[in-house]
Design a protein around this ligand. Sequence first.
Ligand SMILES: [Fe+2]
Length: 455
Amino acid sequence: MAANLQAPGYSPEPSIRELYQSVRARTLEIVAPLEIEDYVIQTAEFMSPPRWHIGHTSWFFETVLQKYQSGYQTYREDFLFFFNSYYEGFGPRIERPKRGTRSRPTVAETKTYRAHIDEQMVRFIEDVSLSDDADEILRIVRLGLEHEMQHQELLVYDIKHLLCDQFAAPMKPLPEASAEVTGMVEIQGGLFELGFESTGRDAGEPQAGMPALRGFAWDNEKPLHKVWLEDFQIDRALVSVGDYLDFMNDGGYQNFRWWHSAGWEKVNTEHWQAPLYWEQHDSEWMIRDFGGLHRAIDKTDEPVSHVSFLEASAYAKWAGKRLPTEAEWEKAATCSQPNSRQNFPWGAARPDESRANLFENGLWSVAPIGAFPGGQTAQGCHQMIGDVWEWTVSDYVPYPGFKTEFDEYNDKWFVGQKVLRGGSFATPQIHIRSTYRNFFYPHERWMIAGFRCAK
Ligand SMILES: [Fe+2]
């Protein structure tokens, strides 16, 4: 397929030092409303205490300093153990479920460590920018910043699990829906080029002195490769709370025939009756979020979230539909006409607050369906970027020709997980792409995940 590529409409890029400082500052902004006790509690094996996130993201940059800064002295050996996540190559580490079992290092010590790493890193970036291997090293710095943005999103999930409506999130008011979004669109099949194009369209133009700023993508989004798609239909809207209530009221959680075996087992052993953060009060379903406790029937026009792949699949079967593959999702999001392709559902311009509900919108919540008509695709699919990560039926496996670019980062997770697309209200604007492949286990639902169906 000859792609008819549009010129990227990028705005001027910040320098890597400016990017470093703004990303690092945002992590601290997210945790600012926490009280000291909140930083160290681990409320579930899958979440991490906020103190661990702010230390771990600094540890990540300390590994860069250890490797590339000659004469760098390790800050504290015990921090290497406490703040390593899962990297075998960086030595022993505390077991994940035990991150919340220690009161030391203290929050103050962790913040001092963070400030020390920042001081070192800013100087390092200035020095390295003039060196011959600047491209390679600054690419690792950029990767560290993308890693930090992933942890910013995880912090939002984890703070929600820890405190939910007790957290004083700096929430802005929700926008109103300005378009009615119903039905499905027909997408023509054929050969489709899936993934990130390392040159041309996706990469942008290199900038002197600012390598690695444009065209960042994870190794798991590459290489671009051809896949065959049959004609398909995909929902214009995300599945809403109202849609999902219909499924529940029709006995969705009581009827084995909609469920995969693994899902039915969860329904029975963990007594699932509704998405995570839904509570029943006097036989009425309520949803708790950062804004408080709300009647589900007052939220029927919002995308459903905190559902697992197993629940999304059960809903789709009940509705006589299915989940899209990731290639179908990407084609719907990026192809405005059969032989053209663009970076985002709306075109080439980067996400902004008028097009998608991402972290910068400051909603700390999903937005009503139809609240971002400026972000729809030419064929009328809304909110493909932002609001909720969308489950696909695709297994998280390497694309043909995959080459790892950073050991143990993405490649070690290529088994047993499902791909999600599109970003959520906790994803930073600069972090998301239409080719971005997020991944979680099919039963997980503490992250901000929803879905739309295909046929
Ligand atoms: Fe990490």
